[in-house]
Design a protein around this ligand. Structure first.
Ligand code: SF4
Ligand code: SF4
Length: 299
């Protein structure tokens, strides 16, 4: 979160009307997500591909997938209807940067048609170092990277495989490559002045004791905010592939890890784990109202 007294002016400019970066902004400004990115380049053990990417979203939700053209039309309609709409994000339903053409076509058209909307994206980070130039070209000033570990020995329990250099890589090697790409991507974004939030999924018994170290390492590399989110595991949303019956953390366990990170990167506590097609103020979702069929009727 933060306030003008604590932050350099150029940073405050970027966060003051972003409901996720500034807790003060969150009741007053709205964000929307468009689900233009269906594919993913890694397999998290907690992901169920039938639903949205858990990098950013609550699992168990199926977002309406749009083409870049449909997405832009939807953004323009919503921006007319909801004047507090200041931020447009791409958060799935797969990985935004595993679908670079769709993601950047959407951003490019929005830059042409709605120059004042702030753009953000979330990613697992694997493709990030190759796309930092593109991110800067469209003036995307907020990026979220989901970083669940800084030690491949922990990572191999969280990830089944990555698709890397035209082949599938598994196990420790997969986690090592993903870790290196995440750290490199974060450092590159920091060097270019892009505000970066880190999301971590808290998985009891797997990375709970390790997240303090994640917090320290990402702070060192310039992360602006650290958002520790609970693993939400409900049988109907699919099992955690690596460990059947894996449970999510209790509210107390989540708070204990957040508290343990005190003094490191700022911890975000107001994330709502929005769906990949969320529309409106945080916690007041209007995505049904702005479903694409309805948008076409509004014209
Ligand atoms: Fe699923 Fe997202 Fe992980 Fe890809 S990055 S496997 S879409 S949770
Ligand atoms: Fe903001 Fe969290 Fe929703 Fe992303 S998922 S838009 S960070 S509240």
């Amino acid at each position: 979160s933060g306030s003008p007294e604590e932050l350099p002016a150029e940073v405050w400019e970027k966060v003051k009307n972003h409901p996720c970066y500034s807790e003060d902004a969150h009741p007053h400004y709205a964000r929307m997500h468009v689900a233009v990115a269906p594919a993913c380049n890694i397999q998290c053990n907690y992901c169920n591909r039938k639903y949205d990417c858990s990098n950013e979203s609550r699992p168990g939700v199926v977002s309406q997938k749009l083409t870049p053209e449909q997405a832009v039309k939807k953004v323009m309609t919503v921006a007319n209807e909801i004047p507090q709409m200041t931020v447009l994000g791409i958060a799935g339903p797969g990985d935004s940067l595993a679908n670079p053409t769709k993601t950047f076509d959407t951003f490019r058209m929005l830059r042409e048609q709605a120059g004042d909307i702030k753009l953000c994206l979330s990613t697992n980070g694997l493709a990030l170092p190759d796309l930092v130039d593109e991110i800067c070209r469209y003036d995307i000033d907020h990026v979220t990277i989901t970083i669940n570990m800084v030690d491949p020995a922990v990572g191999e329990k969280i990830y089944s495989w990555i698709f890397w250099d035209h082949r599938r890589v598994k196990g420790y090697e997969a986690a090592r490559i993903l870790h290196e790409r995440q750290m490199q991507g974060l450092e590159m974004l920091t060097a270019r002045g892009v505000l970066t939030k880190v999301n971590s999924v808290l998985i009891p018994g797997v990375n709970d004791a390790h997240l303090v170290e994640v917090n320290r390492e990402v702070k060192k590399r310039g992360a602006f905010l650290h958002n520790i989110m609970p693993l939400i595991s409900e049988p109907k949303h699919g099992t955690y592939f690596g460990l059947n019956g894996q449970r999510g953390p209790t509210a107390q366990e989540l708070k204990a890890v957040q508290d343990a990170c005190k003094g490191g990167a700022n911890v975000m506590r107001h994330c709502r784990q929005c769906r990949a097609d969320a529309v409106g103020l945080l916690g007041q979702d209007r995505n049904e109202e702005f479903a694409f069929e309805n948008i076409e009727q509004m014209e």
